[in-house]
Structure formats: C-alpha cells, structure tokens
Ligand binder design. Structure first.
Ligand code: HEM
Length: 179
C-alpha cells in the first residue's frame, strides 16, 4: 500500500510538472516566434489573451498538483524511507536539498506572480492601446515591457529546471541519504 501511494503521488507530481513546464516551452519557442509573424494586431492581441489565459489555468493546475503531491511525499518521507523519529531532518542531504528546493520554489513563485499579474497584462494592454490608438503608448514603452516580460518568463523557466534537479536529487537515494 505504501509503495502504491508513493507511485501514485510521484505520478501526480510528474503530471503537475508536465502541465506547468510544457506550456512554458510551447509559449517561448512556438507561440512567440509565430506571433511575431501576425501583422494584424487585433488578431494577435486576441490570440495572446486567449493563450495566456489558458496557460494560467493549465499551468495553475500543474502547480497545484505539484504542491499537493509534493506535500504528501514530504509528509510521508520518514515512514516511506524508515527514518526513525529521533533522526534530525537535516541528518541526511535529503533535508538540505529539500529546503534549498523550497527556497528556489518561493523565488520562482514571486517572479511568476510578477509576470502573470503585472508585467504580462501591462504588456498586452500597452500593445492593445498602441494598436487602437486609445492611449499614447510609444514603441519604447512596449519594448521595455517586452524585455521585462521576457526576463521574468525565462527566469521562471530556468528556475523550474533547477527545482527539477533538486527533485531528482531527492529521488536518487544513494545520494540523498548520505550524511
Ligand atoms: C515547481 C515545483 C516542483 C518541481 C519542478 C518538482 C520536481 C520534482 C521532481 C522532478 C522530482 C523527482 C520525481 C521522481 O521521482 O521521478 C521531485 C521529487 C520530490 N518533490 Fe518535487 N517538485 C516541485 C515542487 C515540490 C513541492 C512544492 C514539494 C513539497 C511540498 C516537493 C517535494 C518533493 C519530494 C519530497 C520529492 C522526493 C520524493 C521521493 O523521492 O521520495 N516538490 N520533485
């Protein structure tokens, strides 16, 4: 039973990772170059809004799955690996790797929130205002927001890959259970 639950939660953890990371690669390497070729701005902006809203739901679900399954895995680690309750969490590398992974996760979540709720919407609004002429938005304004948005999204992608390394290190027990 213990093994079955471990397998199920690792599977949910990896499914969450697929949903969170997959669309990031798709947006960066498929959508961004494609969108540059769409010269009809209202259509480009509409597609951008739809795609980023979908990413919010798919990636958000991925993050929830990662956190729920990760919560189970860390809550169960002593029982699963037969670690006595008087052994400190930091006795093995496992504890330190886990804490490092959570710190990087927090930094990634801050950058992700900035991108999702501030820079991303501001960029789309600026592009729309420029296209419709409803507000004076210069090319420099749009370029600056685009650079900020790119910096944030690339940082989130790289940090997610770093967090993955932490997860794989935890799972490599010949390494993580060294003291
Ligand atoms: C973006 C967020 C995260 C990513 C990319 C990530 C990635 C991974 C990966 C790739 C693994 C190895 C899975 C395998 O066995 O094949 C893993 C394992 C693990 N993750 Fe995460 N993870 C994330 C968030 C979390 C969170 C929030 C927690 C806890 C609250 C967590 C706890 C764990 C634990 C305890 C393991 C080791 C399981 C074991 O080997 O017994 N992870 N993670």
């Amino acid at each position: 039973m213990e093994d079955t639950l471990h397998i199920i939660f690792i599977w949910i953890h990896i499914l969450g990772l697929v949903l969170f990371l997959g669309p990031q690669f798709f947006l960066a390497f498929a959508w961004v170059p494609t969108s540059r070729g769409i010269t009809d701005m209202p259509i480009r902006i509409k597609a951008m809004r739809t795609l980023t809203r979908r990413f919010l739901w798919i990636g958000g679900l991925g993050l929830v799955l990662l956190i729920v399954a990760g919560g189970y895995l860390i809550g169960d680690w002593r029982k699963y690996y037969n670690i006595p309750s008087d052994t400190s969490f930091f006795h093995y590398y496992f504890g330190s790797i886990f804490v490092a992974k959570m710190v990087v996760l927090l930094v990634m979540l801050v950058l992700l929130s900035l991108h999702t709720f501030r820079t991303g919407p501001r960029l789309i609004d600026a592009m729309e205002a420029q296209a419709t002429g409803s507000k004076t938005v210069t090319d420099a304004d749009v370029r600056s927001l685009r650079m900020q948005s790119m910096f944030l999204s690339i940082s989130v992608l790289v940090l997610t890959l770093v967090i993955m390394v932490g997860g794989v290190m935890l799972n490599t027990t010949t390494f993580s259970f060294k003291s």
